[in-house]
Design a protein around this ligand. Structure first.
Ligand SMILES: C[S@@+](CC[C@H](N)C(=O)[O-])C[C@H]1O[C@@H](n2cnc3c(N)ncnc32)[C@H](O)[C@@H]1O
Length: 263
């Protein structure tokens, strides 16, 4: 087979959506459960920064939430909009960047969430703080910011690897992701993702994306949060997204989901 096509995988939203959609229902159940437990506001308005293909936008809108989201990738936004329309659902979607978004003039939210390590796309402390500040301004006092990201073990010198397959409408997508240890000075982790797509007509497509994300240990994340006085840590979970399973905010495990309360 020919060498994989080099592409930003977010330019192929359908394949992204197929590969990540399996967890959507469980993640939405989790968001609703932690909101019921920790949220101190009365409304049901939710914002998803970097909403991607809109899998969670659609799910939350279908559950009756007033739903907003933004992303910088036009293909993702277009995919999300079309699907909402096809499903007879509505959400307010726009083009924006996590590091500098402001929702002034739009509504204020009861819940903001940013799962699956998307926050790590903010490559500098300044950008990460910009996102926290935008989120704090967007939330009502007592609202929640649910933030999920993979932590990095600085002692691990080998690349980590994940591979999984998902199917929809005769399309099979296998995702092969490799993450290298971060460079100590920049904290940036090189990543490579390969998608192998088998289409209903029997043809195969292989595409590859290379990028970098900002790494975090638990103490680096704590330090960042201390620089932004707007949030308090209310609970910590992991990517199993089991609301009954409370974890500690430390480096004992690699996939952390924080429930932050807007002061
Ligand atoms: C891993 S996907 C997550 C999508 C969605 N939140 C979900 O849970 O499926 C990451 C998304 O972040 C978007 N993105 C990356 N950097 C961004 C930035 N600085 N501002 C806004 N969106 C960004 C990408 O276009 C992509 O859609």
């Amino acid at each position: 087979m020919a060498a994989p096509v080099q592409i930003d995988w977010y330019d192929t939203p359908l394949y992204y959506d197929i590969i990540f959609d399996e967890d959507t229902g469980r993640e939405a159940d989790f968001l609703e459960a932690v909101f019921a437990r920790h949220g101190r506001t009365r409304g049901r308005a939710v914002l998803e920064p970097a909403c991607g293909s809109g899998r969670l936008v659609r799910e939350m809108a279908a559950r009756g939430w007033t739903t907003d989201g933004f992303d910088l990738n036009p293909a993702m936004l277009e995919f999300a909009r079309r699907r909402l329309e096809a499903d007879g659902l509505s959400a307010n979607l726009w083009s924006d960047r996590m590091e500098c978004f402001r929702t002034k003039g739009r509504r204020r939210y009861d819940l903001v969430h940013c799962l699956v390590s998307t926050f790590k796309y903010l490559l500098s402390e300044e950008d990460a703080l910009g996102c926290l500040k935008g989120t704090a301004l967007a939330l009502k006092p007592g609202g929640l910011f649910v933030l999920g990201l993979h932590l990095t073990d600085p002692a691990c010198k080998r690349p980590s690897h994940e591979r999984w397959t998902a199917r929809r409408d005769g399309i099979e997508v296998t995702c092969n992701t490799r993450t290298w240890p971060p460079l100590p000075r920049t904290r940036l982790e090189p990543m490579r993702s390969r998608l192998r797509v088998s289409l209903p007509d029997g043809s195969l497509r292989e595409q590859e994306t290379k990028w970098e994300v900002r790494s975090y240990t638990a103490s680096q994340l704590r330090k960042l949060l201390r620089k932004c006085d707007d949030f308090e840590v209310l609970a910590c979970h992991d990517f199993r997204h089991d609301p009954a399973e409370i974890r500690s905010f430390d480096d004992e495990y690699s996939d952390l989901t924080l429930v932050l309360g807007r002061k």
